[in-house]
Write a protein that binds this ligand. Structure first.
Ligand SMILES: *Cc1c(COP(=O)(O)O)cnc(C)c1O
Length: 389
């Protein structure tokens, strides 16, 4: 496969990973296989199930193409494709936690991950403890004999704290725990968790891989030691994704490098520009030199994506005036699509509530022209009364 050529650049690899066209009559893209039943040639093969595909829930040429592409990007032993990013969080937690176990979850985690842990996992008898995203190797003090999972997400959702992933992974492994990371922000293009000691890398493929705000999908990629258990749990749950959505994400991957490059550049330029604007208390973007996690980000990450936050130097009323005045930025959840979005972030769920001097607003910088986006933000700041027209 062309995608496996040693030394090829990332965009070359994205253009060719996953399926081999010559395995399917030379067509560049893999078939979108709609399948439950797969036929066996004879009773003996049916009995032994000794053939490449056996049933739709367990994999098709379509899901396999995306899974292989993710394995190539993540350096993983295997990847399961699930119907949403949230399912990609829940399936590995189900796989590695049982009643009586203890799990450590970063306090800056994506809220629905916390909700799953606090409701479902607690009900099933798992003890949940949240830790400071800046804890680093200090996590060893929180590890107990029954700690089975350390869940990380870096940068943190909405507030963008950078975690010291290698230090956390080392401590967790010394205590026998599995390390999981929600790597949605960086994508495997800007951070490769398994190279830094993480066992299981999770993506909301809904975001940059899909790229167009029209598909929900998740991927979970595991190293050799965790792969079998992850796949067994995935199969047990029957949490497979629909073929059209899987195909759309593979299609999105082909252009992800080009899109991300644009998101990265525009977001950085707007973040730098915002730092110099009146009415802005702080810009929370790890690629800015002013960010407290900048050195760690620079050590481990090879780029930054298009989502960051800023702190408005005022109150809630001004934050709403800012958001209501935006004409290009839409008010909506999720990110990774072509269009710019803004959200007034809630930090009420945090157990260690970070202290910011004003409302935190998260921006997803889309593919629109920079001058238009800046003008839109200026419109918001003027409406908020923190800048004069
Ligand atoms: C969006 C998101 C998810 C969930 O993805 P969905 O496909 O929307 O369920 C998980 N983790 C992070 C960090 C996200 O931003």
């Amino acid at each position: 496969m062309a995608g496996n050529r040693e030394g090829d650049g990332i965009n070359t690899r994205l253009a060719h990973i996953g399926n081999d066209p010559h395995e399917y009559h030379g067509f560049v893209n893999p078939p979108v296989v709609h399948a439950s039943t797969v036929l066996f040639p004879d009773a003996a093969t049916m009995r032994s199930r000794n053939q490449r595909y056996t049933y739709g829930t367990r994999g098709t040429p379509t899901t396999e193409a995306l899974a292989q592409a993710m394995d190539e990007l993540e350096g993983s032993a295997g990847t399961v494709i699930v119907p949403s990013g949230l399912a990609a969080v829940c399936v590995p937690l189900f796989a590695f936690l049982s009643a009586g176990d203890h799990a450590l979850i970063v306090d800056s985690v994506y809220y629905p991950t916390r909700n799953f842990a606090d409701t479902m996992l607690k009900r099933l008898g798992v003890e949940i403890e949240y830790y400071d995203p800046l804890i680093g190797e200090g996590i060893s003090k929180l590890l107990k004999p029954n700690t089975k999972v350390v869940f990380t997400e870096s940068p943190g959702s909405n507030t963008f704290e950078i975690q010291d992933i290698p230090a956390i992974a080392q401590s967790a492994h010394a205590a026998g725990a599995v390390v999981m990371m929600d790597n949605t922000w960086a994508t495997p293009l800007f951070f490769k968790p398994l190279d830094y000691g993480v066992d299981i890398s999770i993506h909301a493929a809904t975001k940059y891989p899909a790229g167009h705000s029209d598909v929900l999908l998740g991927t979970v990629s595991a190293n050799e030691s965790c792969w079998k258990r992850l796949f067994d749990t995935f199969s047990t749950l029957g949490a497979c994704a629909g073929p059209d959505d899987v195909y759309q994400v593979l299609r999105g991957l082909r252009t992800m490098g080009v899109r991300l490059g644009h998101h990265q550049q525009s977001a950085l330029e707007i973040a730098r520009w915002l730092e110099g604007q009146s009415g802005i208390a702080q810009v929370l973007h790890p690629a800015l030199e002013s960010h407290p996690g900048h050195a760690l980000w620079k050590r481990d990450f090879s780029g930054s994506s298009g989502v960051f936050s800023f702190v408005l130097d005022s109150g809630e009323r001004e934050a709403h005036a800012f958001l209501d005045a935006l004409e290009i930025f839409g008010l909506g959840y999720s990110w990774g699509g072509f269009e710019s979005l803004a959200v007034h972030v809630s930090l009420d769920d945090r157990t260690m509530e970070p202290s910011y001097s004003g409302p935190v607003i998260r921006l997803q910088i889309g593919l629109e022209d920079l001058k238009d986006l800046k003008a839109d933000i200026t419109r918001g700041l003027v409406a908020a009364g923190v800048q004069s027209a």
